[in-house]
Every structure is written in structure tokens, then in C-alpha cells.
Design a protein. Structure first.
Length: 294
């Protein structure tokens, strides 16, 4: 247990950040989830007033942290199980790079209390996490296959989280989509928010969070095409939502495509992951082709 009590002025170059994200950048020892919890509990004020995690800070704002508790919350699941390193393609003292299979969720959630990436690798991810997602800095949807990186300590998780926010972690995907995009290469730039008509879905929405997806068509056939995609931002379901919004959903997507076909899950794969090592700074690049059987 520790207590912190401090204040800090928002500089001009920091304006435009969400409050929870800025606090994580200022204090990378703790995760964004941790700071969201502190804000919700009323331990953070902006210009003397309690604020929301989504508050967008302005230059000159005075952010006050009031005697917050940094004691980790208890992990609400039993991680005592044998390590399953199936799919691990790289591991050192700081990180694990995994080729995630189809059908596996990343972290424990409702309906997935017994099996997830975190369950399988928990003994390698440490036990000092502040929530039930130890090591998780980004995620893949349950039926999206491919590469993801996990942190083995809270310190490394904080470093990787900042690196993702600063866009030095590059994530490339390939997908089979219906039809062919009008331009061979381009950017889909459209904000994403919760779909008001269906809370299970995301949607391109006015007032949503900024989202940009770069694309390039690799091959095209009669009714489908193969595209390469790079995330500039990392919103929930971003690639799936963006492609569906322009009329070319991922083939097999059960949530965003109306077409009924052979596939019951989306043909989307995280094919390449590159970033500087969070400790040594050495450039790392991993490539993994999609599974041959879906």
C-alpha cells in the first residue's frame, strides 16, 4: 500500500489527451485501468473539480491527485494452473509474443472465466497485477488469429502501453473482405463509438473516438479481395467496423456482415508485429502467416 498526493499542470503539448491516458503517461508505474478506478472513486480533480476519465485536458489545467491508494485490487479468478505455451513464438524476461489461435479470448470475462490467454500464461505474467488482465497491453477479438505481445511485469506493461499510445508499436493485419475497395490503397478515417441500437456492436458514430485504419489491396477476385491493414489507432473492433462502414465487411464476420457464407467467424489475422524492445530498445519484428484451416 502507498499513498500519493500531488498536482501537476498540463503543458501545451499534452492538451487533447483523455485524463486517464495522461495520468498513465505521467505515472507509467500504474495502468490505465488503475487510473480509471482512481478517477471513478473521486481521487482525481481538475481545476478543483472532480472529473471523468474521458475528460479531454486543456493546456493550463491543474490536475490534483488526492491521497490515492495504490494497493492492487484482488484478482477475481483462479490463475493457479500449469503454463500452456502453445503458440508462444518468443519469450524473454520482459515480454511474450504469442500467435493466438481462433476461438480464444485474451483475458477472463463473463462467459470465459476458465480459459483465456491470461489463464494459459498466468504463471509467466506475474501476480502483482492491478486488475484481472495481467500482462495485457492490447487484445485481439476471440476469433481473430495472430500476433500479440504481453508484458511479464507491471513495469513492462506500463512501458508497452505508453509505446502503443505513442504509436511506436506497429500492428499489421490481413483480411479477406467482400468486394473490392474503390482505391487500391488509402485510409479509412472515421470515429468509432458504441452502437446505440446494439450495445454488443461498435459503429462509426459522430462524437466517437478518433480511429484511422490504413489499407492496401493485395489481390482481388470476383466477389472477394485480400487486403493488408495497419492500425493507426486501436479502437474496439476497429478494422471490422471500418470495413463494414464502407460496404466491404470482413468475410465471415458474424457481427458486422449480413452475408451468410461458409465461414462462421471473421477471416482476419494479425500478420506482423514490430516494436522496439521495452528494455533494450532493440528493434523487433515478428511475422506469422494465417492458419491453413479455419
Amino acid at each position: 500500500m502507498e499513498s500519493l498526493e500531488t498536482g501537476q499542470r498540463v503543458e501545451a503539448h499534452e492538451a487533447g489527451q483523455r485524463l486517464d491516458r495522461l495520468l498513465m503517461i505521467w505515472n507509467p508505474r500504474h495502468s490505465r485501468t488503475f487510473w480509471q478506478r482512481q478517477i471513478k472513486d473521486g481521487r482525481v480533480a481538475v481545476n478543483g473539480q472532480k472529473a471523468k476519465a474521458s475528460y479531454v485536458v486543456e493546456a493550463g489545467d491543474w490536475v490534483q491527485i488526492e491521497a490515492l491508494s495504490a494497493e492492487p485490487a484482488p484478482v477475481p479468478w483462479n490463475a493457479a494452473r500449469a503454463v500452456d505455451e502453445t503458440g508462444v513464438i518468443y519469450r524473454d524476461d520482459a515480454i511474450i509474443v504469442l500467435n493466438k489461435p481462433k476461438g480464444l479470448v485474451v483475458h477472463p470475462s463473463h462467459g470465459h472465466e476458465d480459459d483465456s490467454v491470461v489463464h494459459r500464461l498466468a504463471p509467466l505474467l506475474g501476480t502483482g497485477g492491478e486488475d484481472f488482465r495481467p500482462g495485457v497491453v492490447h487484445r485481439l477479438d476471440r476469433d481473430t488469429t495472430g500476433l500479440m505481445v504481453l508484458a511479464r511485469t507491471e513495469e513492462i506493461r506500463s512501458r508497452l502501453s505508453v509505446m502503443i499510445q505513442e504509436r511506436v508499436v506497429h500492428r499489421d493485419y490481413i483480411a479477406v473482405i467482400t468486394g473490392t475497395l474503390p482505391e487500391p490503397a488509402g485510409v479509412i478515417d472515421a470515429p468509432i463509438g458504441r452502437d446505440p441500437a446494439n450495445r454488443l456492436r461498435m459503429a462509426v458514430a459522430y462524437g466517437g473516438r478518433v480511429a484511422r485504419t490504413h489499407y492496401r489491396t493485395l489481390a482481388a477476385w470476383d466477389k472477394v479481395s485480400l487486403v493488408q491493414l495497419r492500425l493507426e489507432t486501436g479502437r474496439t473492433h476497429q478494422i471490422r467496423v471500418h470495413l463494414a462502414s464502407v460496404g466491404h465487411p470482413v468475410v465471415g464476420d458474424p457481427l458486422y456482415s449480413r452475408a451468410k457464407g461458409t465461414f462462421t467467424s471473421q477471416l482476419l489475422h494479425a500478420v506482423r508485429l514490430s516494436f522496439p524492445h521495452p528494455v533494450s530498445g532493440q528493434p523487433l519484428c515478428f511475422t506469422q502467416m494465417p492458419p491453413t484451416v479455419l
